[in-house]
Ligand binder design. Structure first.
Ligand SMILES: [Zn+2]
Length: 321
């Protein structure tokens, strides 16, 4: 996850009645497959076991192989996109985006995405000696990836009516310590998302996209992120309603936060896929104190949070008409 953008967008609530996607209440709550929070947790453990998944490292390559083989084992069609990008300080980076499809023959599709790289430094660590070291990214990178993997596992056993694509994006979190200008966010962050969006097949038009980032920390709260409200307010509100209906109202809180520059902004602007973001976004505080520090490890993960997010996303998907 990148630094919070200080720009609060002038949002127009896009309460457009949609024929596609998620219907109005009442939501179907029975017959929804069960998201296994312990399985999701084990996927974070596995990623972290490789070490920081920083581009160019052995851990990065090993983790990519793990993701690809897991997705294939669930019967998904997997495409691997290798690409190069330049970091803000001119360092060349090699990235790997992974795109996996369930029900590839279906025309009506949705896109779920998360970044899987981990950050190369811990600039917010209180210990200055630790700041130059890469982070494990159990939550930042690890959690969204783990929830996506578990969703793929569950949905492959109980295929929904629509097609579902899972996009694991690289080079999201390799930006500088501080970014201020909006155009610099586009230059330095979300590099894998940008590459994918520019090179995706023109005919690929899912109904919508959903990004997961920082979705597993203890005491997390998810407030409605302003860019999501702007790009597809109808969808983000439906997800919040469904999360609250499932009893996760202490997680999906009624609070509207500043816009955060994450891969969903790039996917909206470059791929023109209406996309929203579920992210830990504590009212008035943005993220937990572990963020971009060496404390972003398994100790701060709560499998119940992973489970709540996963079950909410599953319920949203199986409510699509
Ligand atoms: Zn980050």
């Amino acid at each position: 996850m990148r630094f919070p953008a200080v720009i609060s967008m002038l949002t127009l609530s896009l309460l457009v009645a949609c024929n596609i996607g998620v219907p109005h209440q009442p939501y179907k709550l029975s017959g929804i497959p069960k998201f296994d929070k312990d399985s999701a947790y084990s996927f974070i453990e596995k990623q972290v076991s490789y070490g920081p998944r920083v581009p160019g490292s052995a851990a990065h390559d090993s983790c990519a192989l793990f993701l690809i083989s897991k997705l294939k084992s669930y019967g998904l069609t997997v495409d691997t996109q290798r690409f190069s990008a330049i970091r803000y300080d001119s360092l060349p980076l090699n990235g790997i985006n992974i795109f996996a499809s369930l029900n590839p023959e279906k025309k009506r599709r949705i896109l779920l995405f998360a970044h899987w790289d981990s950050r190369f430094m811990a600039e917010r660590d209180t210990d200055s000696l630790m700041r130059h070291r890469p982070i494990l990214g159990a939550n930042d990178g690890g959690s969204g990836t783990a929830v996506l993997l578990e969703l793929a596992r569950v949905m492959s056993k109980h295929p929904p009516k629509i097609g579902v694509d899972f996009l694991f994006l690289d080079l999201e979190d390799q930006g500088p310590v501080e970014t201020k200008a909006l155009l610099d966010f586009y230059k330095y962050w979300g590099l894998g998302a940008k590459y994918w969006a520019i090179h995706k097949p023109p005919a690929y038009k899912p109904l919508w996209g959903l990004e997961l980032d920082l979705v597993g920390a203890k005491k997390a709260k998810f407030s409605i992120e302003d860019y999501s409200l702007y790009y597809y307010g109808y969808l983000i509100k439906k997800i919040w309603e469904i999360g609250q209906t499932l009893g996760y109202d202490t997680l999906f809180v009624e609070y509207r936060s500043h816009g955060l520059f994450d891969d969903h902004v790039v996917i909206n602007e470059y791929a023109h896929i209406r996309s929203v973001l579920i992210i830990e976004n504590l009212p008035h505080k943005y993220f937990g104190s572990y963020w971009h520090t060496q404390q972003d490890n398994l100790q701060i993960i709560d499998s119940n949070v992973l489970g709540a997010v996963g079950q909410t996303v599953l319920t949203t998907i199986y409510n699509i008409r």
